[in-house]
Design a protein around this ligand. Structure first.
Ligand SMILES: [Zn+2]
Length: 202
């Protein structure tokens, strides 16, 4: 498939998302080709977040059949799925394949878990599924106070940091090791708080 996503124009009319660190499967309008691929591996860990994630896990399990070991981890949220996934990976042997079906923000966090657990890129696959209400949250790391915010937002949204109350732009960069988007102050040139520049008197 083509890995070229539909560019999302920012306010300046540019398309930075094309070159960003957001994996193609987590970008807007991404096609989840992995959902239709027949999984191959000596054993499988199938991870689903939410109802749509659980449904995808069931589809994978059906396709894989009973000839290879399958561990299912299904949870309503990424935190629960993460602990189950961590345990399943620690028990797994060489040749394991980890397949994750989750809303985008959760999938990014679970990818980070797979990466930090030492899995190679060809040992896991991500499929982004629809989120139920309340399941659309992503992590946004504040570059100013280092708080990680769990928020319902997309790239280019502006959120309020719960650590420092700055208005953060959700930037099109995702940490591979944490799954968090980078957030920085909307206008980093401006000082904080009440120092909003007054109209020029010149
Ligand atoms: Zn902050």
């Amino acid at each position: 498939m083509a890995d070229v996503p539909t560019p999302v124009a920012d306010a300046a009319g540019e398309s930075p998302i094309t070159f960003s660190s957001i994996p193609f499967w987590a970008r807007p309008d991404a096609l989840s080709a992995a959902a239709d691929r027949v999984p191959t591996g000596a054993s499988h860990v199938l991870v689903g977040v939410g109802e749509s994630g659980a449904a995808q896990v069931n589809r994978w399990a059906e396709v894989i059949g009973h000839d290879v070991a399958v561990t299912r981890v299904v949870h309503v949220d990424a935190d629960g799925a993460a602990s189950g996934m961590r345990a399943a990976i620690s028990r797994s042997v060489v040749g394991v394949r980890v397949l994750v079906a989750a809303p985008a923000g959760s999938a990014l966090r679970l990818r980070a878990l797979a990466v930090t657990a030492g899995l190679e890129d060809d040992e896991f696959d991500m499929v982004v599924v629809d989120a139920e209400p309340g399941g659309r949250t992503i992590d946004v790391f504040c570059s100013h106070c280092r708080t990680t915010n769990h928020v319902d937002a997309v790239v280019d949204d502006v959120i309020s940091c719960r650590g420092c109350a700055r208005s953060l732009l959700v930037y099109h960069h995702v940490s591979r090791r944490t799954g968090a988007y980078l957030g920085f102050m909307v206008d980093a040139e401006l000082p904080r708080g009440d120092d909003i520049p007054q109209e020029s008197t010149r």
